[in-house]
Design a binder for this molecule. Structure first.
Ligand SMILES: Cc1cc2nc3c(=O)[nH]c(=O)nc-3n(C[C@H](O)[C@H](O)[C@H](O)COP(=O)(O)O)c2cc1C
Length: 180
């Protein structure tokens, strides 16, 4: 595959970074190429997202429903990116037991922000198998998360298998491979 996939993430205590690395490695295995490029937005401008047709963005929720600090620092810059006809899939890190009222909220904020920039948003995930009271990262029917919610505090043993299923789903929705 000639086209590259940009993986952009912010991570304060490295869990989102680890997930980004796993997602990137899994996609490279599935596509049998070295097509992913990892970008920690702590030292990369989000404006670089415009270089890619296919994007994956990772964000943890911090401080009772708030954005992770690196995403917060560049939040206004996101408004300058034209994402029309670009495909974007999101994943989030959160803690459903510690913060059940704000589970994965930041993923919901990022979804809306990138959709407003014209992106074609893909990569939803069923809300079953989680225990929480509120989340701003659900679709209007509240049946699906708007991206892949990972919880390494409480469900670390499920992370790898969720990534395996989700990467196949997003590569299919990107139109790169068909696993249906
Ligand atoms: C002070 C604090 C506040 C947090 N607030 C939330 C929250 O509101 N919602 C949530 O889903 N997770 C929350 N978390 C859990 C983090 O999202 C989780 O630890 C995540 O793995 C951190 O990712 P990172 O290591 O990539 O920064 C919080 C964690 C801490 C320590």
């Amino acid at each position: 595959m000639k086209e590259k996939i940009g993986v952009f993430y912010g991570s304060t205590t490295c869990y989102t970074e680890m997930a980004a690395e796993k997602i990137s490695a899994e996609i490279n295995i599935l596509t049998k190429t070295d097509c992913t490029r990892l970008h920690d937005i702590n030292d990369t401008s989000v404006l670089k997202m415009a270089d890619y047709k296919y994007l994956i963005a990772g964000i943890p929720t911090w401080d009772f429903g708030e954005l992770q600090e690196d995403w917060e620092d560049q939040w206004e810059e996101l408004r300058e990116i034209n994402l029309e006809s670009k495909y974007v899939a999101l994943f989030g890190l959160g803690d459903q037991i510690g913060y059940p009222e704000w589970f994965q909220d930041a993923m919901g904020y990022l979804w809306q922000k990138l959709k407003d920039q014209g992106a074609i948003m893909v990569g939803t995930w069923p809300n079953q198998g989680y225990s929480f009271t509120h989340s701003k990262a659900l679709n209007a029917e509240e049946s699906m998360f708007l991206g892949l919610p990972l919880d390494d505090e409480n469900q670390f043993d499920q992370t790898d298998s969720k990534i395996q299923v989700w990467t196949k789903k997003i590569l299919t929705e990107f139109g790169i491979l068909n696993f249906e």
